[in-house]
Design a protein around this ligand. Structure first.
Ligand code: PEP
Ligand code: MG
Length: 587
């Protein structure tokens, strides 16, 4: 796929929008010195000195990282700074360092090689994972190794820049992002990395526009080149012409004005003009995100992806460990509800005991795994129940395709309750239970599923994938991943109506819930809740507050009568432009 376009000498490289905002200024090409490490023999009487060099380098690396940690804590808060604690943990891991030292002595090899080779084993395991998140963590490990090697070699750390610049680099380690932020950084543009990279998360916290995944930016840019980055659209423009600069400037002003307008909205209810309340909550993956979600005006957590705890682990966490995590999240969200989704492992997601499957998306995934691994499932259900004493915890099952699966999951929930009762531990005996509607079979059977539970939550990411037979992660067929396909919108309406016939609440927690183009339609078909990523919360609330339910219903009727996704998108765009003209949703 061609991801570059040319005009005269202006040159656009498309990437992934990682942190919003627009920046313009000179480039600073940050080429990281990736140390070349060779295996070198040492003499037996040099072993002690070699180990001493390693100890000294470790101590220096730890000191550097502690400084970064302190700086990050002050700038970002202690939760975001945790990445650096994790890096320090690698450095101070007695078993790892012990193995490295043993190898230096037994194999008579230099410290640089022993460190690189030993840590590489972990790195390879991470890179072999199908999870993009694990690849990002592998880069964090690289950062620790490079730091130790630089210190073994007694080289200086670079962190000073001349004037305000846009940093262009192959990749940015979290520590680079924080250290650079002491300088005047206008923006970040990197060849590698996805939106889940910690550098991306940090630049969002630091409010520095960033575009990642630009592939070859470092090959096409020199220090001093004039650049613009568009952190909303995910584009890097080299030598932007006067017209482009004007457009970007106007765009930046529009977004800024829009952000200011949204500033006061967090405290207001997500009510339509005719007072239909929509529960507006957030999708989160880590407990630390809840603070930001609340600042954005979230009413609770509509999807807590519990499987994220499994990243980087060889074993499932114990009941106690999970109970502590869930109780913390439930406490932070109180009095609002938290929907804990039970482990959705398999597919493209992490699974400690995952097996290779020819067709993982159609394989052993979500509730299917948990119903086979009841020991793990019961641990998790007990942990969720233990967090439910204040009655704001809900539990939901992912990847359900049959009524029997729900009945079996509920029976296990009952068993978990009995276990706790026997142990004298308190829990919410009337905990609300729901299923995610993500599989076409579940969508068709929504009414029968609704009869079994208290709520349905539609996972549009998977529902679109399975309805359209389009792998949600495959770029080559991305245009066919159509949340506004007539089959999808009609299915969504069917699910909501089916749920309401059984008097259960129906929410949407897939990405579509956070797409401003979808809001009027979703309200119009009668959804009770939208659970979205925290950054888009104010924007979605603004739309809800600008419409009447009766108008939204008419919009939904019209949408369901159209025949192509193109027509539906065009129609919904025109509605938003009329209703909320200042929403820069199409940019
Ligand atoms: C979904 O499928 O829409 C969903 C919310 O779950 P996930 O993206 O975690 O699969
Ligand atoms: Mg899903």
């Amino acid at each position: 796929m061609d991801d570059t376009t040319h005009t005269t000498d202006e040159f656009v490289i498309k990437g992934i929008a990682a942190a919003p905002g627009i920046a313009m200024g000179p480039a600073y090409l940050y080429t990281k010195q990736v140390p070349r490490v060779e295996r070198k023999p040492i003499l037996p009487d040099e072993v002690e000195a070699e180990i001493e060099r390693l100890n000294a380098a470790n101590a220096r690396s730890e000191k550097e990282l502690r400084k970064v940690l302190a700086f990050a804590e002050q700038k970002l808060g202690s939760d975001s700074a945790k990445i650096f604690e994790a890096q320090i943990m690698i450095l101070t891991d007695a078993i790892l360092m012990g193995t490295i030292k043993k190898r230096i002595a037994a194999e008579l090899i230099n410290a640089e090689f022993a460190v690189t080779d030993e840590v590489n084993k972990y790195r390879q395991m991470m890179l072999a994972s199908p999870e993009e998140y694990m690849h990002e963590r592998a880069r964090d490990v690289d950062d620790v190794v490079n730091r130790i090697i630089r210190n073994i070699r007694d080289q200086k750390l670079f962190s000073k820049l001349e004037g305000a610049s846009i940093i262009v680099s192959e990749t940015l380690a979290p520590a680079d992002t924080v250290i650079f932020s002491r300088n005047q950084i206008l923006g970040y543009a990197t060849d590698l990395g996805g939106v889940t990279s910690h550098a991306a998360l940090l630049s969002r916290s630091l409010k520095i526009p960033a575009v990642v995944g630009l592939h070859s930016a470092t090959k096409q840019i020199k220090t001093g080149d004039f650049l613009a980055i568009d952190g909303y659209a995910g584009a890097l423009i080299i030598n932007p012409g006067a017209d482009t600069l004007k457009i970007l400037q106007a765009r930046a002003e529009r977004f800024l004005a829009f952000e200011q307008q949204l500033a006061g909205i967090a405290a207001l209810p997500a009510d339509t003009l005719d007072k239909k309340h929509i529960e507006l909550s957030s999708n989160i993956e880590f407990a630390e995100e809840i603070v930001f979600a609340q600042l954005q005006g979230s009413e609770g957590v509509g999807l807590f992806r519990t499987e994220m705890q499994l990243i980087g682990r060889a074993e499932y966490p114990s009941e106690d460990e999970q109970a502590a995590l869930y109780a913390g999240v439930a406490e932070a969200a109180f009095p609002h509800p938290v929907l804990f989704r039970t482990f959705d492992v398999g597919g493209d997601k992490i699974a400690p005991d995952g097996q290779h499957e020819e067709n993982p998306f159609l394989g052993w995934r979500g509730i299917r795994v948990m119903l086979d691994r009841t020991d793990i499932f019961l641990d998790q259900l007990r942990a969720i129940l233990r967090a439910s004493t204040r009655h704001n915890v809900r539990v939901m099952f992912p990847m359900v395709s049959t009524v029997t699966e729900v009945q079996r999951a509920k029976a296990l929930l009952k068993q978990a309750m009995e276990d706790l009762k026997r142990r004298g531990i308190k829990y919410d005996t009337r905990i609300r239970v729901g299923v995610m509607i993500e599989v076409p079979a579940a969508a068709v059977m929504a009414e029968q599923l609704a009869a079994e539970v208290h709520f349905l939550s539609i996972g549009t990411n998977d529902l679109v994938q399975y309805l359209m037979a389009v792998d949600r992660g495959n770029d080559a067929i991305a245009p066919l991943f159509q949340p506004f396909h007539p089959a999808v919108v009609r299915t969504l309406r069917h699910i909501v109506e089916a749920g309401h016939r059984k008097n259960v609440w129906v929410g949407v927690c897939g990405e579509m819930a956070g797409d401003p183009l979808a809001t009027v339609f979703l309200v119009g078909i009668g959804v009770d809740e939208l659970s979205v990523i925290p950054p888009v919360l104010p924007e979605i609330k603004k739309i809800i507050r600008s419409i009447k339910l009766k108008d939204a219903k008419r919009v939904a009727d019209k949408v369901c009568a159209l025949h192509t996704e193109r027509e539906i998108r065009a129609f919904l765009s025109s509605i938003i432009k009329n209703k909320v003209p200042e929403i820069p949703f199409d940019l």
